[in-house]
Write a protein that binds this ligand. Structure first.
Ligand code: C2E
Ligand code: MG
Ligand code: MG
Length: 706
């Protein structure tokens, strides 16, 4: 396309050119602005299409693309021959006016441009009215920031108009400029920190991974949340540097956890628009993955819905490259943007994160409940997983579990926490309370075995406020009987009992119920046999009689925690086993399908060989063509003709199109000094042409039939 650019403007080969408009981008413009001295006075226009996302949504991407191209063309039409037009972002252009051209006043130029841009656009055969907002800045220092700021004000004030930058705008954004300076210093002084927020599976209840969330450790203000500084990092371009650091830090942390045995964990990392648009970003990611030996499928990149909708086509291309590395991709804050099902189907994503705003009122607001339900079922029908963000209450979890949401994240599990605390959190083996996962509540059950009634009574008294279900047996045999009838978590046994020692009883209990946690409580310790039993794993803890109340209570609490950790681990193992079983089944059915296909292929090949053999027996030369004119079969008699390939093509040209023609056609054909009558038999299936068989009859022969 013919969009004007100026003379001493940057070399196109040094910068990325936008595929759609053929224009250079932000970097090229910044390159130009950097060269301006303080004395230079330039005028820069920032032009933003007001409703591109809505138009994309309503009329489709190709209409959106046509609009972008047409807007660029109209701006160029209003511009002077040496003005420099760039495409800053999806829906934003900038026009740097030629400083040597003062031919006509800015006001009249703007009036004509606004007029031109507001005329209707013909998109997909329909007239569409679209407005643009224009910000204008004059000077050299911070030219682009000022023009963009004026554009933002223009958008707020009067859509479809233009506004000249004034220092009032900066004053109202004074804090922002101050913030930007501070952020630049923060990058240098390494004041950023990554916090981690856990996510848990609604199926097993266990923690499946973390999301890395950026924090600014401000020297005076303390920890600053990202909402207060990410937009400025984006605006200044610092986000690419900080984002790359977040990626490295989070992957290094994941490696550390993996080395400590948490090899199933996932790490989710938020991406910025600029990172997504950076063509070098996928390579950056694969370098980091290699460095920290982290498998790509353990890393999830989160892209907000609004980022996707900013420039769907470009986002789709970038996502495909990232998916190609094997990364997990998810759409963050889903439900707040304008994405439609058709985009989702097209994008290579794995997960949708339902925005916190829907989850918040899921148990009180029927609309939010319906939206969440619809998002979950739509995601499932597209084979996508669902993560619910901002889960804070048990009732929300129960609702989400009932709606078959796969994963939850939110303050209910934990706020975002620094790495050290996240490591402790992992070690605590936290799980979603089982009653919320739709499983029956399991009471903590404790079995006490002692031949002395008074001891049993004393223990029961001591533990009555601990909330345990307590069973009592007066001998090893009674203990085994109670174990058989009840789902016992922790067993405490006396050592010295008449018919069966505590050690023997616990050995049998271990054989029969290996998951129970077993403890000995005795004053007459036969240290040798008890040490043996401890070494063989039959006894978890030995507690002295008479007992210290605190030691005993703490010991029992620890034993229950240990049991619950083992149970959670087992649930995880069995979930993995179920997954593996499904995979195995899928594999088997794929193998069976492949086998069937190769069997069908063998039969077809055999049939083909047979017909070729039959054809070879015919004394008449025969050739077969597919509908596009390719030779697909020839019999032996045909080879004796030795017709050069060009002659074959000439021959094919002699037969007119099959449609509406007689299925039989006859033409004369000369080859190697000999004349042949060639009969063509067009093969039709209904009206569809499936090929042509040509039979060559020596001119001397009479044709009986074909
Ligand atoms: P996000 O990716 O949607 O992250 C979730 C946000 O919700 C986090 O806010 C988290 O602290 C908050 N949150 C989680 N659970 C709950 C809950 O139960 N209740 C409430 N009220 N809030 C909850 P945070 O950490 O302030 O981050 C805000 C946003 O900043 C993130 O939203 C993300 O879009 C962005 N962000 C954070 N770190 C990065 C980063 O490294 N790079 C980029 N580009 N963006 C980041
Ligand atoms: Mg996120
Ligand atoms: Mg989010």
């Amino acid at each position: 396309m013919n969009i004007k650019e100026v003379g001493e403007m940057p070399d196109r080969r040094s910068f990325r050119v936008d595929d759609l408009t053929g224009l250079l981008g932000r970097e090229a413009l910044l390159g130009c602005i950097e060269k301006l001295s303080d004395e230079d006075t330039c005028c820069l226009l920032c032009i933003d299409i007001d409703q591109l996302a809505a138009l994309n949504e309503a009329m489709g991407l190709s209409a959106g693309d046509s609009l972008i191209v047409e807007v660029a063309r109209r701006i160029a039409r209003s511009a002077g021959p040496k003005d420099f037009l760039v495409r800053l972002d999806g829906d934003e252009f900038a026009l740097l006016l030629d400083p040597n051209n003062n031919a006509f006043p800015l006001e009249s130029m703007m009036a004509s441009m606004v007029n031109d841009l507001s005329a209707p656009y013909l998109l997909s055969g329909r007239e569409v009215f679209v407005s643009t907002s224009i910000g204008v800045a004059i000077g050299s220092h911070l030219l682009l920031q000022h023009a963009e700021l004026a554009m933002v004000h223009a958008k707020k004030a009067t859509r479809g108009g233009w506004l000249m930058y004034s220092s009032d705008m900066t004053r109202s954004h004074g804090d922002n400029f101050h913030l930007e300076t501070e952020l630049r210093q923060a990058v240098e002084a390494q004041q950023f920190q990554v916090y981690y927020q856990p996510k848990a599976s609604c199926r097993t209840g266990v923690v499946t991974g973390f999301e890395a969330l950026l924090r600014w450790n401000h020297p005076h203000r303390g920890i600053v949340p990202p909402s207060e500084f990410i937009p400025s990092l984006e605006k200044t371009g610092l986000i690419q540097r900080v984002g790359a650091w977040v990626l490295r830090t989070a992957c290094a942390q994941l490696m550390e956890w993996r080395l400590n045995g948490y090899s199933d964990l996932h790490m989710a990392i938020n991406l910025s628009l600029r990172q997504l648009a950076d063509p070098d970003f996928p390579e950056q990611v694969s370098v980091v993955l290699r460095e920290f030996e982290v498998p790509a499928n353990r890393v999830e990149l989160e892209i907000t819905e609004s980022m996707l909708m900013h420039d769907v086509q470009r986002a789709e291309m970038a996502l495909r490259r990232l998916k190609g590395l094997g990364l997990h991709l998810s759409i963050d804050d889903f439900g707040t943007g304008y994405s439609s099902l058709s985009y989702l189907k097209r994008l290579p994503i794995d997960t949708i994160k339902v925005d916190r705003s829907f989850v918040q009122d899921i148990t009180t607001d029927p609309n939010d409940a319906s939206i969440t339900r619809a998002i979950i079922s739509m995601a499932h029908s597209l084979k996508l997983q669902v993560v619910a963000e901002g889960v804070e209450t048990e009732a929300q979890i129960a609702t989400l579990v009932a709606e078959q949401c796969e994963t939850i994240q939110g303050y209910f599990i934990s706020k975002p926490i620094p790495a050290v605390i996240a490591t402790e959190f992992l070690a605590s083996s936290w799980t979603i309370p089982p009653q919320l996962l739709g499983r029956p509540v399991k009471e903590r059950t404790l079995l006490l075995v002692d031949d002395e009634e008074s001891i049993l009574m004393a223990l029961k008294r001591l533990l009555r406020r601990e909330g345990y279900r307590i069973l009592c047996g007066k001998s090893g045999a009674e203990g085994l009987d109670l174990l058989a009838k009840n789902d016992v978590d922790v067993v405490i046994s006396d050592q010295r009992m008449p018919s069966m020692t505590g050690e023997e009883f616990l050995r049998r209990a271990k054989e029969l119920y290996p998951n129970t946690v077993r403890m000995v409580l005795s004053g007459f310790a036969d240290m040798d046999s008890i040490t043996n039993a401890i070494n063989q794993g039959a006894i978890y803890k030995f507690i002295n009689k008479p007992w210290d109340e605190k030691v005993l209570k703490d010991g029992i609490r620890d034993a229950f925690l240990r049991k619950e950790r083992t149970d959670a681990h087992q649930r995880k193992v069995s979930a993995i086993a179920t997954d593996n079983e499904h995979l195995h089944k899928d594999n088997q059915s794929l193998t069976a399908m492949l086998g069937e296909q190769s069997h069908t292929a063998m039969i077809s090949q055999a049939a083909l060989n047979l017909s070729q053999e039959n054809l070879n027996m015919l004394p008449v030369p025969v050739m077969g063509l597919d509908p596009s004119g390719f030779v697909v079969l020839r019999n032996e008699a045909f080879f004796s003709l030795s017709i050069p390939p060009e002659a074959c093509t000439d021959l094919i040209d002699k037969f007119p199109q099959v449609q509406n023609c007689d299925p039989f056609q006859l033409v004369c054909f000369d080859s190697n000094g000999k004349r042949w009558n060639v009969i063509a038999r067009h093969l039709l299936l209904g009206k569809q042409h499936r090929g042509t068989v040509l039979a060559f009859i020596d001119d001397g022969m009479r044709v009986a039939s074909c």
